[in-house]
Design a binder for this molecule. Structure first.
Ligand code: SAM
Ligand code: FES
Length: 335
C-alpha cells in the first residue's frame, strides 16, 4: 500500500471505511517495526499548572470554567518529579500546562535551566502553548529541546468553531514553524472526532502535517467535558482514532506517535490497541498524585490515582502484553 501518493478522495475513502480494519493496522505495525522494531519510548509527563488564560471551547481547564480547582507546582516540586522520574528510567521530561501568565519567560527559563543542569543527558520538552518567537528562542537557549503544540485542526474555519475569536489557526501554525526554525524537535497533532470535524478536515490535517513534517504527532479522541460549551457534543471514537494512528504511521514511517492518555480513557485497552495500530510512544504521568485529578481536560481521565512508580509499572506490563517493550533512553526521532 502506498498512500503517500493517494489523492484526497482516496484518503477520504480510507478514513471513512467504517470497520475495525485489521489489514490496515498490520500494514502500519509492519512499518513501525521496520523503523523502530518493537521499542516503545517513554516520556515523563509533568502537568505543572492548570491555570489557563484561554477559552478553547472543548477544554476543561479553560479560563471561564470557574468550577475548576486551580493549582501550580513550584520549581522545587517540578524538580522532585524529575528526580523521581530519573530514578524510574525516564530520560525525557515533558512540562505541560495551560497558558499561565504566572510562569513568565524568566520563570520558564529558570525551571528549564535547572533541569538541564541536573540532567544533561535528558531531553526537556515544553508544552505550554502559543508564545512569541523570542520566548521560544529563550526557552531553547535555556536548554529545552522539544516542543509539543497540536495544531488542533488545519482548517481555519473549523479552528474558529473550536476556539474564541482571539485565537487563530494562522498564529498556531506560525508558532509551529517558528519552533522548527529555532531548532526544536516539534510535535503537533489534533483531536479525533472534535465537534464539527468532517472527513475533509482530517484530510487537511494530514496534508498540513506532510507540509510541517513534525517529529512527533500526537492524536487522541476528543472527549466531552460537561463544564464546557461543548457539553452536549459526543466524544470521538476508538475506531476512528485507531484508523488515524495507522494512517499516520503509513504516511510518516519515521514519526514518534504516542498512544495517548485520551485513547486509554475511552477504552480500557485503548493504549495497547494504539500501539498495535502503529504508535510507539507512551507518556506516563509524573505529576504529584494530589494534583492529578485537577488537570481535568476531559471526563474520566485515567491514571489520576497512581503514584509515578505505579504508572510506570502498569505501562510496562501493558506494553509487554501488546508485544512491545519500553526502552529507557531519550528516544529521539529516527529520520
Ligand atoms: N496549553 C497547551 C496547548 O494548548 O498546547 C498544552 C495543554 S493543552 C490542555 C493539551 C492538549 O489537550 C490540547 O492540545 C488538546 O488537543 C488536548 N485537549 C484539550 N481538551 C481536550 C478534550 N476535551 N478532549 C481531548 N483532548 C483535549
Ligand atoms: Fe487553555 Fe485552550 S483552554 S490552551
Amino acid at each position: 500500500m502506498n498512500i503517500l501518493n493517494f489523492k484526497d478522495t482516496e484518503l477520504v475513502h480510507l478514513i471513512n471505511t467504517n470497520k475495525y480494519d485489521e489489514g490496515l493496522f498490520k500494514t502500519a505495525d509492519g512499518i513501525r517495526r521496520e523503523n523502530y522494531g518493537t521499542d516503545v519510548y517513554i516520556r515523563g509527563l509533568i502537568e505543572f499548572t492548570n491555570y489557563c488564560k484561554n477559552n478553547c471551547y472543548y477544554c476543561g481547564i479553560r479560563a471561564a470554567n470557574t468550577n475548576a480547582v486551580r493549582y501550580r507546582l513550584t520549581k522545587e516540586e517540578i524538580l522532585s518529579c524529575c528526580e523521581e522520574g530519573y530514578a524510574l528510567g525516564f530520560r525525557t521530561f515533558v512540562l505541560q500546562g495551560g497558558e499561565d501568565p504566572y510562569f513568565t519567560d524568566d520563570a520558564v527559563c529558570d525551571i528549564v535551566s535547572s533541569i538541564r543542569e541536573k540532567y544533561p543527558d535528558c531531553a526537556i520538552t515544553l508544552s505550554i502553548g502559543e508564545k512569541s518567537r523570542d520566548s521560544y528562542k529563550a526557552y531553547f537557549s535555556a536548554g529545552a529541546n522539544r516542543y509539543l503544540l497540536r495544531h488542533e485542526t488545519a482548517d481555519a474555519s473549523h479552528y474558529s468553531n473550536l476556539h474564541p475569536e482571539n485565537m487563530s489557526s494562522i498564529n498556531r501554525k506560525r508558532c509551529l514553524y517558528d519552533l522548527k526554525d529555532i531548532g526544536y524537535q516539534v510535535g503537533s497533532g489534533f483531536m479525533v472526532g472534535s465537534p464539527f470535524q468532517t472527513t475533509e478536515n482530517l484530510v487537511a490535517d494530514l496534508r498540513f502535517l506532510q507540509e510541517l513534517s513534525p517529529d512527533m504527532i500526537g492524536i487522541g479522541p476528543y472527549i466531552t467535558h460537561k463544564q464546557t460549551p461543548f457539553a452536549e457534543h459526543k466524544s470521538g471514537t476508538l475506531e476512528l482514532t485507531l484508523r488515524m494512528i495507522a494512517i499516520l504511521r503509513i504516511l510518516f514511517p519515521y514519526a514518534l506517535l504516542p498512544a495517548t492518555t485520551a485513547l486509554g480513557s475511552i477504552h480500557p485497552q485503548g493504549r495497547e490497541l494504539g500501539l498495535k495500530a502503529g504508535a510507539n510512544v507512551v507518556m506516563p504521568n509524573l505529576s504529584p498524585v494530589r494534583v492529578r485529578k485537577l488537570y481535568d481536560l476531559y471526563e474520566n481521565k485515567i491514571c489520576t490515582g497512581d503514584e509515578a512508580a505505579e504508572c510506570r509499572m502498569c505501562l510496562e506490563k501493558r506494553v509487554l502484553s501488546a508485544g512491545y517493550q519500553i526502552v529507557t533512553h531519550r528516544g529521539d526521532v529516527k529520520r
